[in-house]
Each structure stands twice: as structure tokens, then as C-alpha cells.
Design a protein around this ligand. Structure first.
Ligand SMILES: Nc1ncnc2c1ncn2[C@@H]1O[C@H](COP(=O)(O)OP(=O)(O)OP(=O)(O)O)[C@@H](O)[C@H]1O
Length: 342
């Protein structure tokens, strides 16, 4: 049954106003910048803050204190009990709910087996790697067969390589989990890879939601555009011309009318020392304001009308002898520009 949450929390002058619906088996990612209200939402769902109404089918959790809510939580730093074995950690929630020790241990061992750690049942948390501790935390959260699994930045404490592996493992476990999952993260990759649907929270409100594909293709705020690495503008279209709100005009290939968002990838932008002649492109002059080396490309930040990000090859950087303050010509094909209604 669908889980419905209505979260209304006031903390000093911050207001969280978030409605969520999560289907069984669905993984929803709550993504947002620092201070957007993600932790507040999580705490309200868990019953640790007042202002969270949760309903699953006919039953409501409003009168349930935190420890009675059918919830499993994986925290960013796992919070495993250091003095307990992996098995006792996983059995903890069952024991707290009154399950007898022998039965709790059987369920906990099966949980450890499912995350591939049965042979570590007796290990103490400090002897486990970061990835293993994360799996124990997941097994612990799932041991009580919760209705709602809350993942709070579950990969944040891992180094980049471990993170990659654990992310795909976690994805597999989530696929097998029949309950509702809410993943709280500020890492867009976690959200893109793990979630069926992404809800973007800014300043306590939902600014956009959709499948990872929809969010990547059609960002609706500067924050989302930045996350997915696209040049992003607001403008007003008239046929194949878009007048941008912040200055500048772009020619697009597909005619459109009225207020639109305009996006294109930095890789679609070319830079030239002189005005490129005779092509059906958008060209304008811009000044280099920043140069940043990425893994395989160089990201150039250009001030102009409009300002733009360009990804160019290291060879081009060398050829142009790029320096901050240089004036260049920006060139962009109309066919690379994507517009959608605001
Ligand atoms: N105990 C508190 N009392 C009053 N205001 C608080 C309290 N805790 C958090 N806030 C405020 O609530 C807002 C949301 O904070 P929250 O921690 O939920 O954001 P977040 O999205 O989880 O951010 P981060 O990614 O940095 O963890 C912030 O403006 C914060 O200042």
C-alpha cells in the first residue's frame, strides 16, 4: 500500500512543507543542498520531531512514538554499537521489540547472509571495513522487516572506490526490499543510480520531482541544472529565437513560444579566438572567468551575454593558450539547444 507522508515542521524561521507518496518497492530519493530540510524530513518521518503525519493504507503512525514506528534507518556513519558483534547489532531491533534471543539470532544471521557477511557474525564493528559496516547497518535496518527504510547519506562515509562498489550492492538489496524506501542524499549520483524517483527539496519546499531521466533532461532550478552539469537559462521563445531573461538571445532549431527553460551541455560549446565565419550557429563574445581541469576535459567558465560553461579538450586549451581574462568567441549549434516550457 502507498505510504503518504505530510510533513509540516517549523524550526525557528525555517519551514518544511513536504508531501511524499511512496509506493511499495519504490525507492524515492530526497535530494537537496545543505539546509534544504532533508534531515528535518527524515527526523519527522521517524517520529523524532513533531509535524510528521504518516499513513500507510488505513493505518496512521501519528500516535506512534519513534521506537514503535515500523521503520529501519541506515545512518551516514552507521552508528553500529561498538561493543556488540555484527550479529548482536543486527539482532538489536528484534530484541528491543521482544523477540526471543534464539529466534532473533536466526533472523539476524539470515540478514547477514543476505548481505554476504554471515562469516562476520562474531566480528566487532571496528574490525570491519567501511563497506562491510555499511552492509551490517543495512542488515540491521532490515531485520525488523520495516514498512519504511530510511537511508541517510548511506554512502557518505566511504572512499570513492568503495563507494562505487557499495552503491551497486546497495542497489541490488533495495531491489529485493518490498517496503518503501526514502534515500536522503546530496549526492546526485546516489540519487540517479539508486532511486526510481527523485524529489528535489530547496529551502523546505519541493522544487522538482520526476524519474532520474526526467530530472537530468529537464532541470527546473539552477541547483538541479548545476547538479546535472548543464548550462541553464530562463527565457521567452518566439519561433526559433529565445530572448534570455539574463541577457542575450539564442537561436534554436525547434520553434517554440512563450516562457521556456533552455539547456545545453558544456560539451556542446566551442571556443574560438576569432569570430567563426559562415555557420548557422549562435556566436557571441565572452571573457574567460575560470578554468578548471576535470578528468578528461577542461571546464571553462565564461562571462558574457549569456554567461556559459564550456568543456573543451586539453589540446584546445593549449592551442588557445587560455588564460582568465581572455576574450573569445563562443559558438553553439542551434540543434544542441533543448527548450521546454516553464
Ligand atoms: N535544532 C534546530 N533548531 C532550529 N533550527 C534547526 C535545527 N536543526 C536544523 N535547523 C534548521 O532547519 C533547516 C534545515 O536543516 P536540515 O538539517 O534539515 O537540512 P539538510 O537538508 O539536512 O542539510 P544538510 O545537507 O546540511 O544536512 C536549516 O535552516 C537549519 O538551520
Amino acid at each position: 500500500m502507498t505510504l503518504h507522508a505530510e510533513l509540516r515542521v517549523q524550526r525557528d524561521d525555517f519551514t518544511l512543507e513536504l508531501d511524499l507518496a511512496i509506493e511499495p518497492g519504490e525507492v524515492v530519493a530526497l535530494l537537496g543542498p545543505n539546509g534544504a530540510g532533508k534531515t528535518t524530513a527524515l527526523r519527522a518521518l521517524a517520529g523524532l520531531l513533531t509535524g510528521g503525519r504518516v499513513r500507510v493504507g488505513e493505518s496512521t503512525w501519528d500516535d506512534l512514538p519513534a521506537e514503535k514506528r515500523p521503520i529501519g534507518v541506515v545512518f551516514q556513519d552507521y552508528l553500529l554499537f561498538a561493543h556488540m558483534s555484527a550479529l548482536d547489532n543486527v539482532a538489536f531491533g528484534l530484541r528491543a521489540r521482544g523477540t526471543r534471543k534464539a529466534e532473533a539470532n536466526v533472523i539476524a544471521l539470515e540478514g547477514l547472509r543476505q548481505v554476504g557477511l554471515a562469516e562476520f557474525a562474531r566480528a566487532k564493528p571496528r574490525t570491519l571495513s567501511g563497506g562491510q559496516a555499511q552492509r551490517v547497518a543495512l542488515a540491521r535496518a532490515l531485520a525488523t522487516s520495516p514498512e519504511l527504510l530510511l537511508l541517510d547519506e548511506p554512502l557518505a562515509a566511504l572512499d570513492a572506490t568503495t563507494r562505487l562498489r557499495v552503491r551497486s550492492e546497495l542497489g541490488r538489496h533495495l531491489q529485493n526490499y518490498p517496503g518503501h524506501t526514502l534515500l536522503v542524499t546530496h549526492d546526485p549520483l546516489d540519487a540517479m543510480v539508486l532511486a526510481d524517483r527523485i524529489v528535489i527539496l530547496e529551502d523546505g519546499r519541493v522544487v522538482q520531482q520526476g524519474t532520474p531521466r526526467e530530472v537530468v533532461r529537464q532541470p527546473r532550478t539552477d541547483y538541479v541544472a548545476h547538479l546535472v552539469g548543464l548550462n541553464f537559462y530562463r527565457g521567452v521563445a518566439s519561433g526559433t529565437e529565445v530572448r534570455l531573461d539574463g541577457g542575450g538571445t539564442l537561436t534554436i532549431a525547434e520553434p517554440s513560444e512563450g516562457p521556456v527553460h533552455v539547456v545545453f551541455p558544456p560539451s556542446a560549446v566551442s571556443l574560438f579566438p576569432a569570430k567563426p565565419a559562415g555557420s548557422p550557429r549562435n556566436t557571441w563574445q565572452a571573457v574567460v572567468s575560470g578554468i578548471e581541469q576535470h578528468a578528461h576535459t577542461t571546464r571553462v567558465d565564461l562571462a558574457g551575454s549569456p554567461a556559459v560553461l564550456a568543456d573543451i579538450t586539453t589540446a584546445t586549451v593549449a592551442e588557445l593558450r587560455l588564460q582568465p581574462g581572455d576574450t573569445l568567441w563562443v559558438s553553439l549549434k542551434a540543434t544542441e539547444i533543448h527548450t521546454y516550457a516553464r
